[in-house]
Ligand binder design. Structure first.
Ligand code: FES
Length: 571
């Protein structure tokens, strides 16, 4: 908690002129120009982080959301100050938003620190915005609440419901396979994203919203309402009101978060069949809170919790179905026997108290399943290790092909996402469905860890009806993607990890039941190849150079080393 003697409101974080009284006087003078008088300035101040951008279609409803949050702050007697930060949209940001997640986190943290506010409401939505804001909130350590823009509602094409981006990929694969025409893919393109909001499947954005809620950094019921609903606005207003109470309580994210919060988050992640990206984000947030989180924790959660939520890409439904079925409060009630109920919420309650009035799933719906009738077995998301990933890798088992979970095949190697894009469809490579496609140069140091891991099926195989193959990389994949895809191999190839040693034709073993991913070459050959490795060339300047020099590996959250001292070094 913040100290009782700390200055509050407009008197916090004074501009440094060597004369605090002068600083206060000057602040009042400049704020008078915006119409604020001394009575206004006695109120608690709530900063409201605004991530609107014309480039971020997922945040198109942000202005309305920000006004709703501000209305809530005013209703509760606070004074709202909205301020912008960079905004990251998955689809319009090159080479990948992951390269900028830490930049957004750093900018948000510093702006929270630099400007006077007693609490902050962080309005995000698209994939990297929510984890970046949570990382920032933990490090800035003032009272904070997350609000998201909410998901899009589903589209429709020829009587079939459509959702970004699982169905984007499904139809694109059909188009590459020659099953649908140019005109048809254009019609699909126009129907995939019919409203404002984030992707309406259980992709990274929806997953991170659910995790913010279970971790107590979002008011109950805030994750699931679609962007266009009145509930979305009501939640924003309620968050504004709650932020004023939080400002007075001075309860910070570090007070709220505990190891139990993160273990609960992993259980929700598995239950919703959520995005593999969330594992990296949770690890980064945990390290900032001085809490250790590992793939063993994920496997422990995965062992206990089955798939309970029927949302694409692991199931068939969409976020609006999850919302109508009761959303996170209903899911948490279902998971209650498996959760750490002593974990806290920003409202100051324990999870046990917060769940008192929640209802388990009704039998009038099928989207949220009870533990007694789960949608799938345990283990929807699991950590792997082995000679190809000594420090870990992950696979979304629930979105993989069961017949490929135990597979041996020859490697076909791509040096980078660009190399794959150029050569993958070349019939001269003679790739068969038994091949294992290996992508390197897609880790954090090499290229900011793009979502390139779910390589497309080579077109000539797609035309023969092949829809899945084993793919292995040090990159990520979109939370909306599916297939037998091993991701986040650590150490990455650019750091000299074993992925850098693979050659075309090497035998690769994937054995998900044994949690293994192995390169089957002998040690002498491995050592010989190691001597030929060359360190990667770093970007010449700017953020990209700083990032490549300081980014931590995926198993440590891919934060920057100087921003995340981690559990052992944290004070
Ligand atoms: Fe923004 Fe999917 S692109 S959430």
């Amino acid at each position: 908690m913040a100290s009782a003697n700390q200055p509050t409101g407009i008197n916090r974080q004074l501009t440094s002129y060597g004369d605090p009284e002068f600083s206060r006087y000057l602040r009042r003078a400049f704020l008078a120009s915006a119409g604020y008088d001394r009575t206004d300035l006695e109120r608690p101040i709530v900063g409201v982080v605004d991530t609107s951008s014309d480039y971020n279609t997922c945040h198109r409803n942000m202005p309305e959301l920000i006004s709703a949050i501000k209305r809530g702050v005013l209703e509760a007697g606070g004074l709202p100050f909205a301020f912008p930060t960079i905004s990251l949209n998955e689809i319009l940001c090159s080479p990948t938003t992951m390269l900028f997640r830490n930049l957004l986190a750093m900018e948000t943290e510093e702006m929270i620190r630099a400007q006077p506010m007693d609490a902050v409401v962080l309005a995000g939505g698209c994939d990297k915005t929510v984890p970046a804001q949570m990382m920032a909130a933990v490090s800035a350590n003032i009272p904070a609440l997350c609000v998201v823009t909410g998901s899009m509602i589903t589209g429709d094409w020829q009587g079939t419901r459509l959702g970004a981006c699982t169905d984007c990929r499904r139809y694109w694969n059909s188009y590459r396979g020659g099953e649908i025409s140019d005109q048809e893919i254009e019609a699909v393109e126009q129907s995939l994203c019919p409203t404002t909001g984030t992707c309406m499947v259980m992709g990274s954005a929806s997953t991170m919203a659910c995790l913010a809620e279970v971790m107590g950094l979002m008011l109950p019921g805030g994750a699931a309402p679609p962007a266009v609903t009145a509930d979305r606005l009501r939640h924003a207003t309620a968050s504004g009101r709650a932020a004023v109470e939080l400002a007075t309580s001075a309860r910070t994210p570090v007070d709220v978060l505990s190891p139990g919060s993160f273990k609960n988050a992993l259980k929700v992640l598995v239950a919703v069949g959520g995005s593999t990206n969330a594992i990296i984000h949770l690890t980064a947030i945990a390290r900032r809170a001085g809490i250790a989180l590992s793939l063993e924790d994920l496997n422990e959660a995965s062992k206990q919790v089955p798939l309970l939520v029927d949302c694409k890409p692991s199931g068939n439904g969409y976020m609006e179905d999850f919302y109508k079925a009761g959303g996170m409060p209903t899911l948490l009630k279902t998971l209650e026997p498996l959760l750490d109920l002593t974990a806290k919420t920003a409202a100051g309650l324990t999870l046990n108290e917060a769940l008192q009035d929640c209802q388990p799933p009704g039998d009038w719906q099928t989207t949220i399943r009870p533990l007694s009738a789960s949608l799938g077995p345990t283990g929807s998301l699991i950590g792997l290790s082995g000679t190809l990933a000594p420090n870990g890798a992950v696979i979304k088992q629930s979105a993989a092909s069961p017949d490929l979970l135990k597979h041996r095949g020859p490697a076909v190697v791509f040096e980078s996402p660009e190399d794959a894009a150029q050569r993958l469809d070349d019939p001269a490579l003679k790739i068969t469905p038994d091949h294992v496609m290996v992508l390197r140069g897609a880790g954090p140091i090499a290229s900011g860890m793009p979502e390139a891991g779910a390589l497309p099926i080579p077109q000539y195989l797609a035309k023969e009806g092949v829809r899945d193959m084993v793919r292995i990389s040090d990159g990520r994949m979109s939370g909306t993607a599916f297939g037998t895809v091993v991701l986040h191999c650590t150490p990455e190839s650019a750091a000299g990890g074993p992925l850098a040693l693979v050659e075309d034709g090497d035998e690769i073993e994937l054995d998900v039941p044994r949690r293994q991913v192995n390169l089957l070459i002998d040690n002498r050959e491995r050592d010989r190849r190691k001597t030929n490795l060359k360190p990667p060339q770093l970007p010449e300047r700017g953020w990209r150079r700083l990032y490549a020099q300081h980014v931590l590996p995926a198993n440590l959250g891919a934060d920057l080393d100087f921003l995340a001292p981690g559990p052992s070094e944290a004070s």
